[in-house]
Design a protein around this ligand. Sequence first.
Ligand SMILES: C[S@@+](CC[C@H](N)C(=O)[O-])C[C@H]1O[C@@H](n2cnc3c(N)ncnc32)[C@H](O)[C@@H]1O
Length: 248
Amino acid sequence: MTEHAGVTDDEANIPAVPPSGRSSSPAAGPNGDPAKDPAKAMDRMYRVTRHIYDITRRYYLLGRDRMLERVVTTDDTATLEVGCGTARNLIRLARRPHHGHLYGLDASHEMLETAAGSIRKAGVDEIVLRQGLAEALDARKMFGRDHGFDTIVFSYCLSMVPAWEGAIEAAMANLRPGGQLVIVDFWDQADLPGWFAAGLKKWLSLFHVFYRPDVHTALTKLGDSGRADVSFESVAKRYAYVAIVNKR
Ligand SMILES: C[S@@+](CC[C@H](N)C(=O)[O-])C[C@H]1O[C@@H](n2cnc3c(N)ncnc32)[C@H](O)[C@@H]1O
């Protein structure tokens, strides 16, 4: 058992914390080694940068507002962002007059602490935050929901999750039939001039972010499999894509 900021983590418990709380990762490495523990790795990555995250990322996490335009909410919908980070996207959704129930999941305790503070500061309705891994998503255990979500959002998250295949499968399993995955992430920059794309790739790598072609291919295959209808939109000359995955 470990303790952070006055909130107890119990490795045996499913994470279920109020927005300001912390809990353990169900898939955390047994020895807390950041190399083997995705949650600790994310904490290490964001411990300092989370304080300047929203200001700096606005310049290169393009397409997030376009992605949000694709998210349909009503008073009754349940929308989850996996890898919600600072809750930047969830707060925008919460400002809608009809935002329904909003949930955020993130591996990083550090990011969730910033998210909880931002939500308080924004003065929006409740957004339920939980700590855990995308690939271990379980609507019932993590959020006490008996039914799947209407929408699950991945915003610049899949490209940095080592177990991204598991994350997509877990999201599909926790989506109601007819529900949507809405994804924004880096694309291949194919419509940008070669020299510009090459420089951009180098610059993005400084922030540990990059295009992961396998994710795009897997989403295309998901569409081909008949389990979902999948469409892609280009953002800024294929700098990024917005993918809509409608579960059948
Ligand atoms: C690039 S940030 C994007 C944050 C936010 N979605 C946005 O658009 O501003 C990626 C987020 O994914 C989280 N993350 C990385 N791996 C994860 C995993 N396996 N499970 C859940 N969250 C993860 C990180 O902690 C981080 O907050």
